[in-house]
Design a protein. Structure first.
Length: 372
């Protein structure tokens, strides 16, 4: 009984056990509620109403709603100020400002109930279905096509495109937000690994969280552009962009930065092959591991193939910059484009964590049922 009580804890702060989602009696997964059925479901409040899986979906809705709404409001305010300044100085509004205003409105609309609740519950219920996994794999191709279309439409060598892709762009801030969201989902997982006695997994996730915070803060120069503080003189003398970041120090920027992105893109693109090999070895083993807690759980460490495509653009872009002279031969590829491809990769890392966040909740519910 003590063990059952321990495994029922969900580690999601601020989330009550009441649920607002229906379960499919066949697949035992969450479905978006409709008004009439949802009302009856709330009144009935079946025995699964306190499941960790459902609590984690409620937790995700809360986090994403706050983030998206805040991002939309900030985006609208910033773009309105830019529009006024552009009208005053040039008598017109740049296309990038119009796009920024539209994206800000979309963020606010998406954050309004009940759209977000239904969307997250639907996505969570489809995670293991082949159609969803295929769609997830194809999604980065759509994003990449939109980026290339926008670049051609605006002009690959125009000042407008360089402005859209510059430091402090929407893509760069999006990358920062994605990485800074990762600890919010990874920390409850870390706590659960510790509770299960999986110290190695907990340590790896602690390192993962620290890395995500570091990368996210590096993307916004540790708040320098937001707060407007002056970097120390040492950074001014040795930082390529004269800002408070570590990855832009001259030695790393000139020798290791592009290569590190190539390595990260390659690992993200093809590590699912290692995951498959690992899973096959475990399956082929005659040792009964069903009662054992393995020190390493590859599913929580390596993204599967549906997420591999999020890493393709970064791998291709930085490989072209690092190993070819295509940027000099064709006036289309520019180093400023990196922000868009890094943003797509950051979405893949965030999706990896969120999917595992839900998976761990389902596994805990199954353990809870076995114990009762």
């Amino acid at each position: 009984m003590q063990l059952a009580n321990a495994t029922s804890q969900c580690d999601c702060p601020g989330i009550a056990t009441q649920t607002f989602f229906m379960t499919d009696p066949i697949t035992d997964s969450l479905l978006p509620p409709n008004d009439e059925a949802g009302e009856k479901f709330l009144q009935a409040s079946d025995s699964r109403s306190g499941s960790c899986y459902q609590q984690r979906i409620s937790y995700s809705v809360k986090i994403f709603r706050t983030t998206i709404r805040l991002a939309g409001i900030v985006q609208l305010l910033v773009q309105i100020v830019k529009a006024v300044m552009s009208l005053t100085a040039a008598g017109n509004i740049r296309l990038s400002i119009i796009v920024g205003l539209i994206s800000g409105v979309l963020f606010v609309v998406v954050s309004l109930p009940p759209f977000l609740e239904r969307a997250i519950a639907h996505v969570a219920s489809q995670l293991q279905r082949s159609r969803f996994r295929t769609g997830l794999y194809l999604f980065p191709f759509l994003l990449s096509a939109l980026v290339l279309w926008a670049k051609i439409k605006i002009g690959p060598t125009s000042d407008e495109w360089r402005h859209v892709s510059s430091e402090g762009s929407l893509s760069e801030y999006g990358t920062a937000v994605a990485y800074l969201l990762i600890p919010i989902f990874a920390y409850p997982m870390l706590k659960q690994f510790k509770r299960q006695g999986k110290r190695l997994m907990a340590s790896l996730y602690a390192l993962f969280i620290a890395s995500a915070v570091f990368i996210g803060m590096e993307e916004i120069s540790w708040g320098q552009r937001i707060l407007g503080f002056q970097e120390p003189q040492f950074w001014t003398d040795h930082n390529v962009q004269s800002e408070f970041t570590f990855h832009n120090f001259a030695f790393f920027q000139n020798n290791l930065l592009h290569l590190s992105f190539v390595i990260a893109g390659f690992i993200g693109s093809f590590c699912w092959l290692g995951l498959r090999y690992w899973q096959k070895r475990q399956h082929a083993s005659r040792t009964d591991t069903s009662q054992l807690a393995p020190k390493l759980e590859p599913t929580y460490l390596l993204p599967d193939w549906p997420l591999s495509s999020f890493f393709y653009p970064t791998l291709i872009f930085y490989s072209l910059l690092e190993f070819t002279d295509i940027a000099q031969r064709f006036n289309f590829l520019h180093s400023a484009d990196q922000e868009h491809w890094e943003f797509i990769m950051s979405l893949g890392v965030l999706m990896f964590v969120v999917i595992n966040f839900f998976r761990q909740g389902q596994e805990r519910d199954r353990m809870r049922q076995d114990l009762t």
